[in-house]
Design a protein around this ligand. Structure first.
Ligand code: V47
Length: 393
């Protein structure tokens, strides 16, 4: 390796980043293989600070997965059950879905994240009723619901266009969409991972249709399975192209593969270096997407905290009742309180900002108390409200 030449190439890329120019695929691959991880991280951090300063966003949310019954046999998935009567398959009634919110009516929740398996038989009304009934209970709550893969499935199953499905769901209460189901766009890898479900063009077309209806969406990339670095960069570039067209993506969330209880169990998990580098490269490649989120549930609290110096500006939220990753072996807690999140962010030298789903700022850490609770940075986080004190969410 020619170090002098490499340093000069890195400096040229840094100039492009500082001028907010789009990096190309070769630049992305270079950043993925450049030996000085901290230099790549520092460049991503520079970009993060140019966009957001020290602000680090989180929200108060929880997840509902109304059914895990799914026709798709994705090799990386530990959550789905392929038949409605398979062991551990479940489908909640609308009343059970409502109960999830009724159990939390005293919490300052601003968002519910709703994702399902692709159920064989449920009518579209089931998905609309979920939204309608939750909105009836808490009209102010933001419903971030249904992935592009679900919308594509509904469109095929009920003979509707993406726009028709999305319009009906919007009318029933859908406010925005999560970024799941993107996996990795490259056809070669997708065939091995999730043959038969929405392909890259279909996933992107659903998001385009959502953006045209004014529905903001997130985007993700599942990494650490069978994909190459070239395929990761290709994935980012396809997202960047759609963003240039519509501007509808809010945040990009790299998702590190978890191998327990699925058919890819033999794969080693992504390393700490790979995780941090992927956050940094994402920040640098996706210059037109405002936020990079580290989903602490999946990456672990420790790496999530460090990622705040590698391009990340968002830690998702309190979460509560996560199933998809915990069934795949995630060892993180089921929830973090607001106090925990603020302390983790403060300790990383950043300023915690509680946001709503659309990144309107609701509360900014001024070093003082949060809702009357003194945030004590000298206590280990587990002592101060780690999921057990959900009343202080
Ligand atoms: O689409 C499933 C991934 C996604 C595994 O939009 C796995 O705010 C790793 O999209 N190992 C669902 N990854 C989660 C998701 C998400 C999460 C948090 C916030 C948002 C948002 C979106 O999780 C799936 C798939 O790509 N996934 N199984 C696994 N074993």
């Amino acid at each position: 390796m020619n170090r002098t030449k490499d340093t000069a190439r890195f400096a040229r890329i840094a100039d492009k980043v500082r001028a907010n120019e789009a990096l190309d695929a070769d630049d992305g691959l270079f950043l993925y293989t450049y030996p000085d991880l901290l230099a790549v991280g520092a460049l991503a951090n520079e970009r993060r600070e140019a966009l957001h300063g020290d602000k680090t966003f989180f929200n108060v949310n929880f997840h509902i997965n109304p059914t895990n019954v799914c026709v798709a046999d994705c090799k990386f998935c530990s959550f789905a059950r392929l038949e409605p009567d398979a062991p551990a398959a479940y489908t909640m009634s609308i009343d059970e879905v409502k109960q999830k919110l009724l159990d939390r009516m005293d919490q300052p929740v601003t968002e519910i994240h709703i994702v399902n398996g692709l159920h064989h038989h449920l009518p579209l009304d089931y998905y609309k009723d979920c939204l309608r009934e939750l909105k009836a209970l808490r009209p102010d709550i933001h419903l971030k619901a249904y992935t592009a893969v679900e919308i594509h499935y509904f469109a095929e199953k009920y003979g509707m266009s993406y726009t028709q499905v999305l319009s009906e769901l919007k009318e029933a209460g859908l406010d925005s969409m999560p970024g799941g189901g993107a996996e990795i766009f490259a056809e070669r890898a997708r065939r091995k991972l999730c043959r038969g479900k929405a392909d890259a063009d279909e996933w992107l077309a659903v998001h385009r249709a959502a953006h045209e209806l004014g529905i903001r969406t997130n985007c993700t990339m599942l990494y650490g399975t069978v994909e190459t670095l070239e395929e990761r960069i290709d994935h980012m570039l396809r997202l960047r192209d759609l963003q240039a067209e519509t501007g509808g993506f809010q945040t990009f969330i790299p998702l590190a593969f978890h191998a327990d209880n699925n058919s890819l169990q033999k794969l080693p998990p992504p390393t700490g270096v790979d995780n941090l580098r992927t956050y940094a490269v994402s920040r640098l490649m996706l210059h037109n997407i405002a936020h990079i989120k580290a989903y602490w549930i999946m990456i672990g609290i420790k790496t999530a905290q460090i990622s705040l110096s590698f391009g990340v500006d968002d830690l998702d939220g309190t979460v509560q009742e996560e199933k998809i990753y915990h069934m795949a072996g995630a060892e993180t807690p089921q929830a973090l309180s607001r106090v925990d999140l603020v302390r983790l962010i403060r300790e990383a030298g950043r300023v915690a900002v509680e946001r709503d789903t659309l990144y309107n700022e609701r509360w900014t850490d001024d070093g003082e108390a949060l809702d009357g609770i003194r945030i004590d940075a000298s206590l280990p986080y587990s002592t101060q409200g780690q999921g057990v004190r959900l009343n202080v969410l």
